[in-house]
Write a protein that binds this ligand. Structure first.
Ligand SMILES: Nc1nc2c(c(=O)[nH]1)N[C@H]1C(S)=C(S)[C@@H](COP(=O)(O)OP(=O)(O)OC[C@H]3O[C@@H](n4cnc5c(=O)[nH]c(N)nc54)[C@H](O)[C@@H]3O)O[C@H]1N2
Ligand SMILES: Nc1nc2c(c(=O)[nH]1)N[C@H]1C(S)=C(S)[C@@H](COP(=O)(O)OP(=O)(O)OC[C@H]3O[C@@H](n4cnc5c(=O)[nH]c(N)nc54)[C@H](O)[C@@H]3O)O[C@H]1N2
Ligand code: SF4
Ligand SMILES: [Mo]
Length: 874
């Protein structure tokens, strides 16, 4: 039976935009929501645990001192006004996020562009979607994703390019698996230099060279030409610019053999992909950060779109290029105009658009040229050109490239405001003024997902302390700024619904234009209609965009872009970065959830075993990683793990490590800030780096309750049930005396064959035995002890014998299923000893993968490895 007062809301993580039903006791998938029909991935199903967040920011604070909202908004409005008067509008900037709601985004954009009068408002979507946005604008004349999720069920070929969808958009991947079960003829191709869990599921994996995508896709155009497979009637009727592309792909480098050779692939594999794309009646290409986060990100996007245009596989059910959105409201931000190079509602800075927007806003000023893109914006902060910076719902100290530069920039900026839900975000440390934001579950508004569907996030919890929705905070500042500017206030919104109505109203400037984005029908919806809003897709009047073959350009024709492949071979080590299955970005929302923290437990660099051995890297030991570029001399220490899904000199590291979990090993300290020249999106997936083994003298493990530990050269912290697990390593030997003992504690220390151990106990109540509060192990070798076993001792009566035996247990397993904490070892045992041969059998025995299903690909992989052994033995 459904618990009472369940509220329909939307998951705050990825751009799939799954619906949830929630109250304070439970959060489950919403069966009615078209994006997920009840399914949730591991992050979505851990939402309830994530809400119990330590260190919530509760009050506005100015340099550490609590102040009122009135004082805070006074101060911000004053600082903005002074900066504008003394240094001009461009000395003020906002850096916002694809995780704020449409209403937040709308008022932020209005404040900056209409009242400060500068387009220096950029967003972390610059790091995420800006290449795809630019590719859409070049090809279609507007930032439009021309497909729906449901197309997955109606296609014959699915191509995933630079997307580890099984981990990053898991509920959508589940739909892909469903489509394959329904239609065994459906083929799945994955194009990724890494053999990911997603790639392992594919019919064909093309492990291309880094950034080889444009070459591969231009080769496809060449193949279509050579095999008379172009859709000439579509090209003639609905496109322009094919002849330039034709001229480009005439070059010998685009022949099938030449492409395969350059990309290190088999000619037959490339040929298979080309034939499938050409012969299958329908094809969908899903692409994500392996495409966008590149020096040639925009060109890659257009290379993919070119292929769909050349075959006419676009604007039809089951076909089209599908840019997967990263964040829950990256799409809503794009609709509002939250990128520095957009004005509002899909409009740019042409004279007509600037006039229409200002007329609608009746604002005292209007930005009439693009503002600074994220990387340039922080350069300007460092150069002292930005005097007031307001950062909202993003953690740029971790997520921007060359992040030590970002730290320097923030340190010397005159006035930094940070709106966050926690004081522990890395950026909050640099704020002069912090504003407590109401978080997910406490705030409400609209989000738009990858398939252009607007859904509501709804509040089901009270906001703690004086935390307030971000839109409200902006209106407070907006109202006070208007007083100073002596103009009519443009910020008299009483509710989210008020903001949404105005935003929808602004989109009426697109009604009789070639722009598709138009929500003006909702300009006067009632509060009640807004409150009961059900997921709604735009364009409102058709099933999907461009079904009539008419695009958003002035001519109505889609544009081919004659993209050129790079001819650079990289001979050094290169660093690919991205996501882990169970963490969200900079860990502020997921690092404290024990079941999500158990996936990747420390900052790890993945490397092919053979390549590693050539330079003396050993598994479990530390490596030193640094950028080869001159701009950064930061070096980070990381743990080495072998991964045979990486070849050659490719390294992989996750982007997540940050803050209390491991600020010192945060990967972007070594990622250089090379960007795509058109979109300004950083090339996070291909930094040139140095890597070398580093000789640590001691390795340590602490399991127990929070406490101060000695400084370490390498250190990470994993939150586990009932305590923390700290892993550390030092360039010098660690002595027992370096561990401080707190009052009331008793400590037992003794030597082990290889190192030493320390158990910390405390007398609780009138228990006869002490209770274990912590265990420290230190050794000159990497520790392989099973932290799970040690964790089980914490809080138990102190018995030295059991501690010694448990501390000797070696960990040999890797967590596979986070929901039920099932390891690979347990799955192997179930196969070997209990004879499980199918997923169903494993699930009835261990439950693995039977809750959210995110680990099913990994479970299947283990099953498959046994089937392979069986086949090869037969
Ligand atoms: N678990 C989890 N899920 C998330 C997020 C999260 O933090 N955690 N974040 C969300 C967000 S904001 C985003 S943007 C998405 C990102 O989702 P994805 O883009 O799917 O994830 P990434 O791991 O960033 O990178 C995808 C793949 O690009 C590959 N790649 C690298 N270089 C190249 C190349 O030159 N060519 C090609 N073809 N591929 C290349 C990498 O090997 C990697 O496997 O995930 C969303 N979902
Ligand atoms: N090396 C490398 N770097 C990358 C990437 C990569 O693949 N590799 N990917 C890039 C991509 S695609 C992305 S999207 C970015 C993401 O990077 P960020 O946006 O920097 O990461 P988050 O951790 O999501 O930051 C969100 C912040 O907002 C806070 N917050 C949460 N809810 C609210 C709220 O309601 N209001 C307010 N005001 N604050 C809130 C959180 O506590 C957190 O501090 O990272 C980019 N950086
Ligand atoms: S796939 Fe997972 S993270 Fe993404 S919206 Fe759905 S439940 Fe949330
Ligand atoms: Mo993203």
């Amino acid at each position: 039976m459904m618990a009472v007062n369940k509220i329909q809301s939307t998951c705050p993580y990825c751009g799939v935009g799954c619906g949830v039903t929630a109250n304070k006791d439970s959060i489950v998938g919403d069966k009615q929501h078209p994006a997920n029909q009840g399914a949730l991935c591991v992050k979505g199903s851990a939402l309830k645990e994530s809400l119990a967040m330590p260190s919530r920011l509760l009050y506005p604070k100015m340099k550490g001192r609590e102040i009122s909202w009135d004082q805070a908004s006074d101060e911000i409005a004053f600082r903005i006004h002074q900066a504008v008067i003394n240094h001009g509008p461009d000395s003020v900037a906002m850096y916002v996020s694809g995780q704020i709601l449409t209403e937040d985004y709308y008022v932020a954009n209005k404040l900056m562009k209409g009242y400060v009068g500068s387009a220096n408002i950029d967003t972390n979507s610059r790091l995420c979607m800006s290449s795809a946005v630019a590719a859409h604008v070049r090809a279609f004349g507007e930032d439009v994703v021309p497909v729906n999720y449901d197309d997955i069920m109606h296609t014959d070929l699915l191509v995933l390019v630079g997307a580890n969808t099984a981990w990053t958009h898991p509920v959508l991947f589940r739909r892909i698996q469903q489509a394959r079960e329904n239609n065994p003829e459906l083929k799945l191709v994955v194009i990724d230099p890494r053999r990911t869990v997603t790639a392992e599921q594919a019919d064909l994996h093309l492990a291309i060279e880094n950034d080889g995508d444009v070459l591969l896709y231009n080769g496809l155009i060449r193949f279509l030409i050579d095999n008379d497979a172009l859709n000439e009637s579509f090209i003639d009727a609905s496109t322009e610019g094919f002849s330039e592309l034709f001229n480009e792909v005439k070059s010998e480098r685009y022949t099938l053999e030449s492409v395969a050779r350059s990309l290190g692939l088999n000619t037959s594999d490339v040929g298979t992909f080309y034939r499938w794309f050409s012969n299958k009646p329908k094809a969908l290409t899903l692409f994500c950060q392996g495409v966008n986060q590149s020096e040639t990100g925009v060109d890659k996007g257009n290379a993919i779109i070119n292929a769909h245009l050349a075959c006419g596989k676009i604007g039809k059910q089951g076909s089209g290029p599908f840019s997967l959105t990263g964040q829950p409201n990256a799409m809503g931000g794009r609709e509002v105009g939250g990128l520095a190079n957009q004005l509002a509602v899909h409009r740019g800075f042409d004279v007509e658009s600037v006039r229409l927007v200002q007329e609608f806003w009746q604002s005292p000023s209007i930005a009439n040229k693009p503002g600074l893109k994220a990387v340039d914006l922080f350069d300007a902060v460092e150069a002292g050109k930005i005097k007031v910076l307001w950062v909202m719902a993003t953690n740029p100290v971790v997520s921007l490239p060359n992040s030590d530069q970002v730290r320097r920039a923030l340190e010397q900026c005159e006035f930094v405001v940070v709106s966050d839900i926690t004081e522990q975000s890395d950026v909050a440390a640099y704020a002069d003024l912090v504003l407590p934001a109401a978080g997910w579950g406490e705030k409400q508004g609209m989000v738009t997902n990858s398939e252009r569907r607007l859904s509501r996030q709804r509040a089901f919890l009270p906001a703690p302390g004086e935390a307030k929705p971000d839109w409200w905070a902006i209106t407070q500042v907006g109202q006070k700024l208007c007083e100073k500017l002596d103009c009519e206030s443009g910020f008299e919104f009483k509710s989210e619904a008020d903001v949404f109505r105005e935003f929808a109203g602004l989109s009426s400037i697109n009604t009789h234009s070639h722009y598709l984005f138009d929500l003006s029908k909702f300009a006067s919806i009632s509060d009640d209609e807004y409150a009961t809003w059900q997921p709604t897709q735009w364009p409102l009047d058709s099933e999907a965009p461009y079904r009539d073959g008419v695009f958003s350009t002035a001519s109505g024709k889609a544009q081919f872009v004659a993209v050129k492949a790079l001819v650079e071979a990289n001979h050094g080590w290169w660093l690919n970065t991205g996501r882990q299955r169970d963490q969200w970005h900079t860990m502020t929302r997921t690092g404290h959830v024990a079941k999500l923290a158990a996936g990747e437990v420390e900052p790890t660099i993945y490397v092919n075993k053979l390549s590693a051995e050539t330079i003396g890297l050993k598994e479990g030991y530390c490596a030193a990683l640094r950028s080869v570029s001159d701009e950064s001399d930061s070096c980070i220490f990381v743990k080495v793990k072998f991964d045979d899904g990486l070849s050659g000199k490719q390294l992989f590291m996750s982007m997540h490590w940050a803050g209390r979990y491991s600020a010192q090993s945060q990967v972007n300290r070594t990622v250089s800030s090379i960007v795509d020249p058109i979109s300004g999106q950083p090339a996070f997936k291909s930094s040139n780096v140095h890597i070398a083994p580093v000789q640590m003298q001691s390795f340590g493990l602490y399991v127990g309750q929070e406490r101060d530990l000695p400084c370490s050269d390498y250190r990470s912290c994993q939150v586990d049930d009932g305590g923390i697990v700290v892993r550390f390593a030092n360039l010098t030997a660690l002595d027992k005396s370096m561990f401080a003992i707190n009052q009331g504690e008793k400590v037992f220390r003794w030597d082990l064959p290889d190192g030493w151990m320390m158990v910390i106990g405390r007398q609780t109540g009138n228990q006869p035995l002490m209770t274990v509060t912590g265990v420290v192990l230190v050794s000159p070798q990497p520790l392989e002890q099973d932290y799970n076993a040690i964790t089980s001792l914490i809080g138990q009566p102190l018995s030295l014998n059991s501690i010694i035996s448990i501390a000797g247990e070696k960990a040999q397993s890797q967590l596979v299923c986070s929901c039920f904490r099932v390891t690979d070892k347990q799955i192997q045992n179930a196969i070997e000893q209990d004879g499980c041969v199918t997923l169903n059998q494993l699930q009835s025995k261990l439950k693995c993968g039977s809750n959210c299903g995110s680990c099913v690909p990994e479970v299947n992989k283990i099953l498959k490895s046994y089937q392979t052994i069986a086949v090869s033995k037969a």
